[in-house]
Design a protein around this ligand. Structure first.
Ligand code: SAH
Ligand code: SF4
Length: 369
């Protein structure tokens, strides 16, 4: 884990994203940025409103569709701009309908996003990545084994959703920052992307969840900007020894400090937080841990979401952990409910295409195609 190196690389420049031919990508730009862009081309500001609407409301795939722009301006746009700089490298569809997209970024790096449709809901949920790889190195997570490569820009995060909508023809109504990477080690870009998701893509803040492994400065920053989103903490173990083993950053930001940070977050925002908890057989699923979890969060305004482990594999093909039986999951749930909180067991999607939580890794190992 090299968090220092990671923090230094947090991108501060707000240069627009360009495709491999150097053309400016319009997906993911804010309206103001689009105004800047059209001004640079000598066009009136209202042209930006028109382009913004084509990109965000009509999910245009080409400039030729933008029929309220003159043919001459469309030709100009084709020369200097592109709709998106993300290329769909592969798309896998699960038998449950889940779609896993592998996107190639302009520098050749690859990231994954997932579109989930739950039979009991008519709305669609997308799961986006915030980094290429991850520096945190949780021992049960495939992304953790990749290591950290780079942060994604706000545009690259927003364009994952736009690309999914363009490809699937379906509107993303719920969004979770639970793909590859640790969102709160890329906080500024993530915050900017949330603003664009709310203001341009049109996803309600209440339908957006940011999940963190427990980066306290990031939680404080999110509290400061006070966006109307849900914060989820990947707690995974209530005791120091186990959490230090499975989520190594616990040594830097210990459990009591984390719970304090969440309490501050709730006090400032008035919003309930989510506690995520991965059930690893014989490691985090013991009855004494369920009781300890209940005690730990009793005074916190939260829900608990249990995530039965989805297998991730070492080089030799063996899974790192075991998955608790359904009985063991229910027993843990019952004990955790002694906290008085709502406890749910996450419905898994797309396991057959490695699209479930923690399985986003790859047949590619170094983040390149
Ligand atoms: N980095 C962030 C968000 C991405 S992971 C975080 O850790 O919170 C989204 C969720 O999936 C986290 O709660 C994560 O711990 C969980 N997860 C990771 N690997 C998993 C696996 N193999 N099985 C089940 N859940 C897993
Ligand atoms: Fe990173 Fe989250 Fe995976 Fe941990 S669980 S390695 S923080 S992506």
């Amino acid at each position: 884990m090299n968090l220092t190196k990671q923090n230094d690389s947090e991108s501060k420049t707000k240069e627009p994203l360009r495709d491999s031919s150097g053309r400016i990508a319009l997906s993911g730009l804010t309206l103001d940025e689009m105004k800047e862009f059209v001004k640079g081309l000598g066009e009136k500001a209202f042209r930006a409103d028109q382009i913004h609407s084509w990109i965000y409301a009509k999910w245009a795939k080409s400039f030729d569709e933008m029929t309220n722009l003159s043919a001459e301006f469309r030709e100009k746009l084709k020369e200097v701009a592109c709709i998106s700089a993300l290329e769909i490298a592969t798309l896998k569809v699960s038998k449950d309908g889940t779609r896993k997209y592998l996107f190639r970024l302009p520098d050749g790096k690859l990231v994954e996003s997932v579109l989930m449709c739950f039979q009991d809901r008519d709305t669609l949920s997308a799961c986006v990545s915030s980094q290429v790889g991850c520096a945190v190195g949780c021992t049960f997570c495939a992304t953790g084994y990749l290591g950290f490569m780079r942060n994604l820009s706000s545009q690259e995060i927003v364009d994952q959703v736009l690309s999914i909508q363009r490809e699937s023809g379906k509107r993303v109504a719920n969004l979770v920052y639970m793909g590859q990477g640790e969102p709160l080690l890329n906080t500024e870009n993530v915050v900017q992307s949330i603003n664009t998701m709310i203001n341009s893509v049109g996803i309600g803040g209440r339908h957006i969840t940011v999940s963190t492994s427990g980066i306290i400065p990031g939680i404080e920053r999110l509290r400061e900007v006070n966006l109307p989103v849900t914060l989820a903490l990947s707690l995974h173990a209530p005791d120091k020894a186990t959490r230090e083993e499975v989520v190594p950053i616990t040594k830097k930001w210990p459990i009591p400090d984390l719970i304090d940070a969440l309490r501050d977050y709730v006090d400032t925002t008035g919003r309930r937080v989510t506690i995520e908890y991965v059930l690893l057989k014989d490691v985090t699923d013991r009855p004494d841990q369920a009781k300890q979890l209940a005690d730990l969060v009793r005074d916190l305004h939260c829900n608990i979401n249990l995530i039965p482990y989805n297998p991730t594999y070492a080089e030799d093909g063996t899974a790192y952990y075991g998955r608790p039986s359904r009985d063991a999951q229910l027993r843990f749930k019952e004990l955790a409910e002694r906290s008085g909180k709502t406890v749910t067991i996450r419905l898994e999607r797309g396991t057959d295409i490695d699209a479930a939580c923690g399985q986003l890794h790859n047949a590619y190992k170094d983040g390149n195609a």
